[in-house]
Design a protein around this ligand. Sequence first.
Ligand code: MG
Ligand code: MG
Ligand code: MG
Length: 307
Amino acid sequence: MAVYVVGHKSPDTDSVTSAIAYAELKKAQGVDAIAIMQGELNPESTMVLEKFGFAAPEIMTDATGKQIILVDHSDIAQAPDNLKDGEVVEIIDHHKIGDVTTNNPILFCAQPVGCTGTVIKQLYEINKVDIPKNIAGIMLAAILSDTVLFKSPTTTDADKAACEGLAAIAGVSDMEALAMEMFKAKSAVQGVPMKDLIFRDYKDFDMAGKKVGCGQLELVDLSLVADMRDDLYKALQEVKDEGGRHSIFLMLTDIMKEGTDLMAITDDPSIIEKAFGKKLEGQTVWIDGMMSRKKQTIPPLQKVFGA
Ligand code: MG
Ligand code: MG
Ligand code: MG
């Protein structure tokens, strides 16, 4: 029986490349593993897969009757639909432990590092499997993406060490140049429908019974979205209403200035000041140093919601 390896909804580079890299490791161990993804590639992942010579994994969104390995998440809201009608057989992650449960004991390997790629590199080493050159390339790209070239506070020494090793295997001599190529690809926003931008890197969370959504656009310069802010806000309001969300956020993250203009629409605006110590000024509030959704945006909100 095939085992499907899948990252979260609205797949990012880590979710796609970790599915490919971990499926490759399982295959080297004799498992019929297939990398899949839950949605279209974003511009950054498209560039990364092309550069290192991979085709896009097939899209599959329903877990019914399937054996599944989750990478880069363990939240039901981010996992394939009908997960309870399938079987989760492993989880490899670097986020907070989510709400997925299992009937049997499984391999659950999560570490507080900057990227699932870093965890997978260690799993290759533990299992004494050589990392193929092109797989090393996409794993390197994932770590550079998730850690925003080590600028994100999620970055650990293990991520940096993993990148050194992977760059050597992949034959990448200039990591910074690769990261810049990726940042430019992910900054492509002109002509993209507003909702596609919101969902490009988006996650829903259950916070004490309330549905809270948070998207993130990582940009080399916020001037790229200067003339789209009103349209983005309008689309964000629609997404909030359609999904019955209590609150919805769009992080407009300036990779170079290292901060986020946090666009927010919420049934209770007081949560913004409680979570971040600043009030909304119109549509957004600028939070200096905010780069990471999972470390700097979600935890303070969860605290305020009492989740
Ligand atoms: Mg991810
Ligand atoms: Mg990740
Ligand atoms: Mg990210």
